[in-house]
Design a protein around this ligand. Sequence first.
Ligand code: P6P
Length: 315
Amino acid sequence: MPSTMNNIAKQGDHGSAMMPVIQGVGRAAIEIAAVLRGAVFRGALGGAGSENIQGEQQQVLDVLSDEIFLEEMRSTGFICAVGSEEQEELLVIEEYTDADYLVLVDPLDGSSNLDVDGPVGTIFSIVKRKTANSERPHVSDTLQSGREVIAAGYVLYGPSLMLVCSVGEGVHGYTFNPANARFELSHPDMRIPEMGGYYSVNESNKKKWADGMGDKLIAMKEETGLGMRYVGAMVADMHRTILKGGVFLYPADDKNTTGKLRLLYEAIPMAFVMEQAGGKAMSKDIAILDIQPEALHQRVPVYLGSNTNVDALLG
Ligand code: P6P
């Protein structure tokens, strides 16, 4: 069992490259956590006065986190380009256009929680380029199904700082130990219960949901009596779902007709982790990892969680 992130990154077919990249994610997480903790004193809470490609108000910390993450990926020397939820175009790393891998990242997921001191996260996945190393990295390098993902995971900025990731050989959780200033294995081989006690959704949208999901949720609630937990940051809701079991969902609705959550930056990495943890990751009637992405900022409906709960909901 890997005791530190160094060991997990050695596993898998791309171990020699994944170690520095996942260590880079760890360094970015530590830096972002420090920025979050001191944000109020730097006047860094609140809006940046700009919109991202998603048309969402960018938080100052969204922009800062994106810069920190990009710099740490650049410094690994293994990444040729980064696709970020906060950037309209693919960010090519000019010093390393011949490197083998790309990273897709939501640098600060759930950032609307920041000014109420709620949990937020970073979500990432790593893919191998399809273009030749002699070519310039292209957006087509990012449009790969989740079955091509080499490694994925998330950072949870909560009461503790956690990095949960998989290189395709199970899911392991690492907690930052302030005594040693490094991530240490705290949740070896994370497995989601076959059935859990919670559903997790923004139920205020229920009347707008597509595909009869409102009626399906009502039926599931009556049948199972599940409790409800919803943090409003996917990383926190996913982490609880993996540890306690249950189902997290964000259906399409009449406002977000193809869903709200981003396929490349949220759905695919979280689906990779969920399936590696023994759970199910669906987007209506197709497994999220089987979807062929068509655009960098594509959105999809998501249903993630314990096999029994997802089946009960989707029928
Ligand atoms: P709502 C955060 O903005 C996010 O992308 C996910 O982290 C979260 O699960 C969802 O959107 C929350 O959306 O509409 O409930 O605020």
